[in-house]
Write a new protein. Sequence first.
Lengths: 114, 111
Amino acid sequence: DAGVIQSPRHEVTEMGQEVTLRCKPISGHNSLFWYRQTMMRGLELLIYFNNNVPIDDSGMPEDRFSAKMPNASFSTLKIQPSEPRDSAVYFCASYPGGKGNTIYFGEGSWLTVV
Amino acid sequence: QKEVEQDPGPLSVPEGAIVSLNCTYSNSAFQYFMWYRQYSRKGPELLMYTYSSGNKEDGRFTAQVDKSSKYISLFIRDSQPSDSATYLCAINTGTASKLTFGTGTRLQVTL
């Protein structure tokens, strides 16, 4: 299995630009998560989907952030307009379902907003 | 109070030392306890997983859960430089796939 695949791995953008991060979950996993990791706040859950439906987006910082999952094999996290404080590592993770299982992370997208 | 508290370190130990990493949590509904290891510039990967009080061993790693004290630990025996990473505890209630993570402890094992 290829694991969770994220793109781009690194992105440097100017403040005010739109950023789109992409994720392909592990095939057969029915839940998908977007996390943000910073030194100050650690790993924070932004949003998670179950069967392509957003279940909990309470972690999304503000309206500048949006996430979609149009099908079981693809999700996007968009930031528009981006700000320097959005600089972080964004992880996508997927979950196979069932009690007691755990989630599997991608390698992350390293975002720098200048 | 955060739901999961973890000392951020950094923790530096010599090769061969026994390492103890710890987390405390506040929600007694938590049932599943995990340790993730995250190497620099990589995503977290599952290292240990348990759902009951007591100890679970896997090679040089032992996960310990004390539900009465709401305290979990990860012990690393005969630590190696390759163990240098950030270790995150993660806990959930078991009824949903949403994990609560500690902030991570950065470990450096020196030669």
